[in-house]
Design a protein around this ligand. Structure first.
Ligand SMILES: Nc1nc2c(c(=O)[nH]1)N[C@H]1C(S)=C(S)[C@@H](COP(=O)(O)O)O[C@H]1N2
Ligand SMILES: [Mo]
Length: 372
């Protein structure tokens, strides 16, 4: 008898990976959008996407410490002299809860290839590398002040306790990315709960950073050391990765910070629907710039558009649920399209601007449907 070995993905991710809820992509887990049909505002944790550069570490909360150091703190402590906080210290500080979107910068990457003949390397995500959760924790600003923040601090760089990231034979060290002090003092959380429960292992237990409104890589999981610096910091995650490179962009690339406008149907890819019957189609749209103001739907391959009905409960929220009615006229292959516009007027073009690493796909996605 042969025993099947766990896949790379199963070894990297701790939570159960139900194929009804999640799709595996190169060792990462993508939320299936049909698993959001009929759900509330937040994405339940069992179907929340997981993006791991290496694998989820099992950390001991008893010995875990947050360690702040650097030239932006009083006395410029080194890592060895770091100001430490344990889990109980953080739990004892004033708590805050916020609903925030977490989205991978490469969400939608596969559509650069499938819709624009412009493939990009990286995890070939559909639209499910995104989720909204209720994050509860302590403000980073509170911890920074307890640690002796000075007026000289310019950058704050949290570092994950997962294994070093090795690519092409090169060890790039622990996953880390600087946050400018203004953002760090604004709304960044050190979260220890997700959707009302203890933060799960795959999402950063015991504590992760949540940077509302910024792309996923900013929200460092399994945070340990935090460097607070009086001079600008950098890491491969803001110089080599998570930059837009290519003919449309500056030679040294453009830093990726804010997610773009996107829309998704809460339907299986290649869904089958009967002809002649009216169906209620639901979906969601979101943007890093702020609330969604309008969503237009096309059920005839882009020939005509009509406004979707926006769920008033979500007005001004971090994402927007919507519905539309459709009576497929006759059997055949159709595509559904959803196109949102946010509060700044930013919308979704037919074609996203390509970039070498396939970030920030904001194009209108053609969702295939078979009518029978
Ligand atoms: N320490 C650490 N933090 C990390 C990562 C990682 O691999 N290691 N991945 C980042 C990326 S690219 C994304 S998109 C989000 C994903 O968060 P999630 O797995 O909780 O959905 O975490 C970010 N934080
Ligand atoms: Mo990501």
């Amino acid at each position: 008898m042969t025993l099947s070995l766990p896949s790379r993905a199963a070894a990297s991710i701790v939570k159960p990976l139900s194929p009804r809820l999640l799709t595996l992509r190169d060792g990462n887990a993508e939320m299936r959008w049909e698993a959001m049909a009929g759900q509330g505002f937040a994405v339940p944790t069992d179907r929340f996407f997981v993006r791991n550069h290496t694998r989820s570490p099992l950390l001991d909360v008893g010995t875990w410490r947050l360690r702040l150091f650097g030239t932006g703190l009083r006395g410029s402590p080194t890592l060895d002299e770091a100001v430490e906080f344990d889990y109980g210290d953080l739990r004892a500080m004033p708590a805050e809860e916020t609903a925030a979107v977490l989205e991978c910068a490469g969400n939608g990457r596969r559509f650069f290839a499938s819709q624009q003949a412009h493939p990009a390397p990286g995890v070939p995500w559909g639209l499910g590398a995104v989720g909204v959760a209720r994050w509860r924790g302590v403000r980073l600003s509170t911890v920074l002040r307890h640690a002796g923040l000075t007026d000289d601090a310019v950058d704050v760089q949290p570092e994950g306790l997962d294994p070093d990231f090795v690519t092409g034979g090169e060890n790039l060290g622990r996953v880390r990315r600087p946050i400018p002090i203004a953002k760090a003092l604004d709304d960044v959380l050190l979260a220890y709960e997700m959707n009302g429960e203890t933060l799960p292992v795959d999402h950063g237990f015991p504590v992760r950073v949540v940077v509302p409104g910024w792309i996923g890589i900013s929200s460092i999981k399994w945070v340990g050391p935090i460097e607070v610096s009086a001079t600008p910091l950098s890491s491969p995650w803001n110089t080599r990765f998570y930059r837009m490179f290519g003919p449309d962009h500056p030679v040294d690339g453009r830093l990726v910070t804010t997610p773009v406008v996107k829309s998704a149907f809460e339907l299986p890819w290649d869904v089958r629907v009967p002809s002649g019957e009216q169906v209620l189609i639901a979906g969601r749209s979101w943007s890093g710039n702020g609330p969604i103001r309008r969503v237009d739907i096309s059920t005839d391959d882009g020939a005509s558009w009509r406004p979707a009905d926006l769920d008033p409960d979500d007005e001004g929220g971090v994402w927007q649920r919507w519905t539309t009615l459709w009576r497929p006229p006759r059997p055949g292959r159709w595509t559904l399209r959803a196109r949102a516009t946010d509060v700044t007027g930013a919308g979704q073009p037919d074609q996203a601007r390509p970039n070498a690493l396939g970030y920030l796909f904001d194009g209108v996605v053609r969702h295939p449907v078979t009518v029978y």
